[in-house]
Design a protein around this ligand. Structure first.
Ligand code: GRF
Length: 194
């Protein structure tokens, strides 16, 4: 990461698939003076991602790559990111697994946020599984992305209580609020460690 920090903010791409509340939150964070990042573009695997509206609102370049229909999509995304001098990738509710070639190219500069206390509850439907297992606590994790799903080095975690009355929706809402605090903190941590 060291070589990425110059006088300027780090050119960042956000990857989304859905609502984009983390994307919106990161845009707001990026506009703060103390933020080390500048968001240059957003990439989605679907045109239906609601979060793409924030790209329009904040004048951020957007690209859609349908992984199924788009042949050779990984090279297209790699070229797009290289052409835009992207030095940090933040996955924010991105629901596709990135191919190994992609992870190799951007090794060490891809972050992800996951709605559980990793290494517990990797993958999908975390809140449902947390409730089924009667966990007392859950939370969220920001980590580096490596070739194994939700398994890269952990940067920061935030723990919250699970209440008896919780259902997956109520839990997801509370965790999401914590995600919005955690992602900017984790980014600050990554860049303050240099
Ligand atoms: C978040 O809970 C994130 O951790 C998970 O998907 C959700 C995306 O929410 N991977 P949003 O699209 O950022 O609102």
């Amino acid at each position: 990461m060291e070589k990425l920090i110059g006088k300027n903010k780090v050119s960042t791409a956000i990857f989304i698939s859905g609502t984009g509340s983390n994307f919106k939150n990161l845009i707001k964070f990026s506009l703060l003076k103390r933020s080390p990042i500048k968001i240059k573009c957003v990439i989605s695997n679907t045109k239906n991602a609601k979060g793409l509206k924030y790209a329009n609102k904040y004048g951020i370049k957007k690209k859609i790559y349908d992984f199924k229909k788009n042949k050779n999509f990984e090279n297209k995304i790699i070229n797009f990111l290289k052409n835009n001098d992207i030095n940090l990738i933040c996955l924010a509710g991105f629901m596709k697994i990135l191919p190994p070639i992609f992870i190799r190219k951007f090794n060490g500069i891809i972050l992800n946020i996951h709605p559980s206390l990793l290494p517990k509850y990797k993958g999908l439907n975390t809140h449902q599984r947390v409730i089924e297992n009667n966990e007392k606590f859950t939370g969220c994790t920001v980590h580096f992305v490596n070739s194994k799903l939700d398994s890269g080095k952990i940067i920061l975690q935030k723990r919250i209580k699970v209440f008896k009355k919780d259902n997956p929706l109520s839990l997801s809402k509370r965790v999401l609020k914590k995600e919005h605090q955690l992602y900017p903190k984790a980014i600050l941590k990554v860049f303050s460690n240099l």
